[in-house]
Write a protein that binds this ligand. Structure first.
Ligand SMILES: Cc1ncc(COP(=O)(O)O)c(C=O)c1O
Length: 393
């Protein structure tokens, strides 16, 4: 009866089962996978969401790509980051995940291919599969810093490739795409008549201050591009559901893409009117939340750097931005056994590298979002497992 867009095996993995057991037994754990800013001890003004009560929201007058005033508010937010865009370039969606789904519909017939980075965000497998698109990985490599293996990207192109997806800074490896990588990717896309989808949801979260000015697709006028962002990360409000796509590239192609996206968006009209009317004020009021998250992730990254530096068998991989840290640890047991043991015995929840498709073991991924003391406690519990291991990973 059911399609294979949704996997038939929906059983939980061992880590999720162990977690469920501990929760049932009311056992406290330190959750270093937490990436929900609304439950991370960030303070939100109690009246932050009052702009959602604008009485104009009582009237329904939908615009498929979003109300002009909301698109203007998003354009103003790009101007804050020094990136000039017009409201005509913007399409609103309820989330970045929904933006992906619309773009896959815009660009791909069933069975067409998109190139996705590896390691990266695990949701891409589901997002592509749900839209009957085939996700083909290209490799990222680490030599003191992460970079795109452009040769592997080039090898990935086929007659069915419709887009290259990049994440800048990437989740979880944390590198911004640099201008020379962007130029190489754009060149390959032009050659193969493919688009670039640039997920920049973490663009505001450079781990060093001032942040890297690189890592942005906007500005390359030669390739059809779609830049993604949203309130979920930019002001820590995943629950209010507003995200955006910025179209860029040759004017004719952008106009064509816009007209087609308009039809697709008109079919769903999923962005609520109250959030669109509140967008300008929320983007302004949310700056304080963003600053708290920036401080949190930078402080925790510094803590992680210092603590990992004390354990010779472990290494913190260099990250430039985002909400995650990647620890390379000795492969004393399989990654899955390691994370299950850390949870069951040390009561620390972390993600294993294989969740993100790291090419080999052993890596642990920690969220930089938890409150500082919990973060330090969790990291110390993890690292103490490797205190007496002499080999460098
Ligand atoms: C790289 C990346 N893109 C998109 C998203 C999802 O954003 P949204 O809540 O807007 O769907 C996430 C969430 O963690 C993410 O890590």
């Amino acid at each position: 009866m059911f399609s294979d867009r949704i996997p038939s095996d929906l059983r939980h993995n061992r880590l999720a089962e162990t977690l469920a057991d501990l929760k049932r037994a009311n056992q406290p754990i330190l959750d270093l996978t937490a990436s929900n800013p609304t439950r991370a001890g960030i303070s939100y003004a109690r009246d932050l969401l009052t702009p959602l009560a604008d009485p104009r929201g009582l009237v329904y007058a939908p615009e498929p790509l979003g109300l002009r005033e909301a698109r203007q508010a998003v354009a103003a937010d790009f101007a804050r980051r020094g990136l000039p865009v017009t409201e005509e370039q913007i399409a609103l969606t309820a989330s970045t995940s929904e933006a992906y789904s619309l773009l896959f519909k815009l660009l791909c017939a069933p069975g067409d291919e998109i190139l996705i980075p590896r390691p990266s965000y695990p949701l891409f497998d589901h997002l592509s599969r749900l839209d009957a698109v085939s996700a083909v990985p290209y490799e990222l490599e680490y030599h003191a810093k992460w970079s795109v293996d452009v040769a592997s990207l080039e090898r990935g192109f086929t007659a069915r490739t419709r887009a290259v997806l990049l994440v800048s800074p990437n989740n979880p490896t944390g590198q911004f795409i640099d201008p020379s990588e962007m130029a190489a990717i754009a060149e390959l896309c032009r050659e193969h008549d493919a688009a670039v989808i640039s997920d920049e949801v973490f663009a505001d979260y450079a781990l060093a201050s001032p942040g890297a000015p690189s890592g942005r697709l906007l500005g390359d006028v030669g390739v059809v591009g779609f830049t993604l962002g949203g309130l979920s990360k930019s002001i820590g409000l995943p629950q209010v559901k507003l995200a955006w796509i910025v179209l860029s590239g040759p004017a004719d192609s952008v106009a064509d893409a816009r007209a087609r996206l308009e039809l697709a968006s008109d079919t769903y009209l999923s962005v609520s009117t109250p959030i669109q009317l509140a967008a300008a004020e929320l983007l302004e009021r949310g700056a304080g939340v963003r600053q708290q998250i920036q401080t949190r992730v930078r402080d925790n990254y510094r803590t992680l750097h210092a603590r990992a530096g004390e354990v010779p068998s472990c290494e913190l991989l260099h990250a430039e931005g985002g909400w995650y840290g990647v620890l390379r640890v000795p492969s004393i047991v399989a990654e899955e056994d390691l994370v299950v043991t850390l949870l069951a015995e040390d009561r620390v929840l972390v993600h294993p590298g294989y969740f993100f498709d790291f090419p080999h073991e052993s890596f642990l991924i920690v969220s930089l979002l938890p409150p500082a003391e919990q973060f330090l406690d969790g990291v110390s519990r993890i690292l103490s497992r490797f205190d007496h291991v002499s080999d460098r990973p």
